[in-house]
Design a protein around this ligand. Structure first.
Ligand code: F6P
Length: 358
C-alpha cells in the first residue's frame, strides 16, 4: 500500500507526532508513505517536487516539535485554489488536476490531517473518488464526533501559564488584566484556561456577555475580596446585542477574529475607572512543543488512521471516544461545530467557583 499524508489549515502542536506515527506504523506494515508539501500544493503547483518520501529516518525525533515538517496553508482548498495568472486574489477550481496527479502517484489513498475546513475539503475529494481518512486537528477543540482534538491541551496549557503569570503583575499594580485567547467560535480554551489559571471573569462565544454585570462583578471583587482581577476573553465572544469582532476577511479563507479583549478592557476602564491593561496571546498558543498529552493523542490518532487504511475503511475520521479510539464518517464529523454545551459541568463549575461568565 502507498499512503499520502498532508496537513492543512492552521498548525496545531502534535502534527509532527501524527506524521511520525503514520510513517512508523505504515513502514512496519511494509507500506510506503509520501508527504504532500503545504496542504495540497505538492499535488498542484508544486507537483511533483512537493511530494516528500517519508521514512523512519525522516521522522526521527519530530514528535516533540511544534509546527509541521510538511508545511500547511489555510488558503489552499483545491476547489478555490489561489492562482497567479488570474490577477491578485484570483481563485480557481483545480480539483480535477489534483485527482489526475493523485492517480499518477499510484497512491491508494490520503491521510488528511486537519480541522473542520480541511475535513470539509477531504469529504469533497472523497466524493470525487479520492480515498481519504481524516485525522482531527485543531487547538480550538471544536470538532464534533471526537471528544478532544490534539493541539487543544498545548494551547490551553499555554493560556493557563500566561494567566498564572498575569496574577503577580495584576496584584502588584492593583489592575484588571484582560487576556484574549483563541478558539474561534468555541470557548474551550477560554473556559478551561480560566478554570485552571484561576481567572475571575471568563467571556465565551457560547454566552453573550453583559458589560454591566462584568463591571459589577469586578467592582465587587475589588471592594470585598482582592484589589486585582484577571479577565479571560475568547476571541469569538460578543456582548449582548453586539457582534463579533473580525480582524480580516479574505476570499477562500475563514475570517480572522480578534479585538474583543481590547474592547472589553477599554469598556471596563471607562465604566469603572479601574486601571486596566489588555493583551492578546495569539499565535503563541499554537507554537512550541506539544504537551505529552497532545503527543500521545496525536500518536494514537496517527496509528489508528493507518489501521483504518489497512482495513480499507476510507471516508472515516479517527475519533477519540474515551476510553476507546474509534472512528466516524468524515461527513458526520463536519456536520456541526462543537461549542461548549451550556449544561457542561465545566460551566457549572466556573459558576460554583464564583467566576463571572458575563
Ligand atoms: O483554528 C485555529 C486558530 O488558531 C483559531 O483559534 C484562530 O482564530 C485562527 O486559527 C487564526 O488563524 P490564522 O493563523 O489564519 O491567523
Amino acid at each position: 500500500m502507498h499512503l499520502l499524508i498532508n496537513t492543512g489549515g492552521g498548525d496545531a502542536p502534535g502534527l509532527n507526532a501524527v506524521i511520525r506515527a503514520v510513517t512508523l506504523s505504515a513502514c512496519r506494515r511494509g507500506f510506503r508513505v509520501t508527504g504532500i508539501h503545504r496542504g495540497y500544493a505538492g499535488l498542484l503547483n508544486e507537483y511533483p517536487r512537493g511530494l516528500i518520501p517519508l521514512t523512519r529516518d525522516s521522522v526521527r525525533g519530530i514528535a516533540e516539535l511544534g509546527g509541521t515538517i510538511l508545511g500547511t496553508v489555510n488558503r489552499g482548498s483545491p476547489f478555490q485554489y489561489p492562482i497567479t495568472d488570474g490577477g491578485p486574489g484570483a481563485l480557481s477550481d483545480l480539483s480535477d488536476r489534483l485527482l489526475e496527479n493523485f492517480k499518477a502517484t499510484g497512491a491508494d489513498g490520503l491521510i488528511a490531517v486537519g480541522g473542520d475546513g480541511s475535513l470539509r475539503i477531504a469529504a469533497r475529494l472523497m466524493e470525487k473518488g479520492l480515498p481519504v481518512i481524516g485525522v482531527p486537528k485543531t487547538i480550538d477543540n471544536d470538532l464534533a464526533a471526537t471528544e478532544v482534538t490534539f493541539g487543544f491541551d498545548t494551547a490551553m496549557s499555554f493560556a493557563t501559564e500566561a494567566i498564572g503569570r498575569l496574577h503577580s503583575t495584576a496584584e502588584a499594580h492593583s489592575r484588571v488584566m484582560v487576556v484574549e485567547v483563541m478558539g474561534r467560535y468555541a470557548g474551550w480554551i477560554a473556559l478551561y484556561a480560566a478554570l485552571a489559571g484561576g481567572a475571575n471573569v471568563a467571556l465565551l462565544p457560547e454566552i453573550d456577555f453583559d458589560l454591566d454585570r462584568v463591571c459589577a462583578s469586578l467592582e465587587h471583587r475589588f471592594e470585598t475580596e482582592r484589589p486585582f482581577a484577571i479577565v479571560v476573553v475568547a476571541e469569538g465572544a460578543k456582548p449582548c446585542g453586539g457582534s463579533l469582532l473580525v480582524k480580516a476577511e479574505e476570499l477562500g479563507k475563514e475570517r480572522t477574529l480578534g479585538g474583543m479583549g481590547a474592547f472589553v478592557a477599554e469598556e471596563i476602564a471607562r465604566r469603572t475607572g479601574l486601571e486596566t491593561r489588555s493583551l492578546v496571546l495569539g499565535h503563541l498558543q499554537r507554537g512550541g512543543s506539544p504537551t505529552p498529552n497532545d503527543r500521545v493523542l496525536a500518536i494514537r490518532y496517527g496509528a489508528a488512521a493507518v489501521r483504518l487504511a489497512a482495513e480499507g475503511r476510507w471516508g472515516q475520521m479517527v475519533s477519540y471516544q474515551p476510553p476507546r479510539m474509534s472512528d466516524v464518517p468524515i461527513i458526520e464529523a463536519i456536520a456541526h461545530q462543537r461549542s461548549v454545551p451550556l449544561d457542561h459541568d465545566a460551566i457549572q463549575t466556573a459558576r460554583d467557583l464564583g467566576i463571572c461568565l458575563g
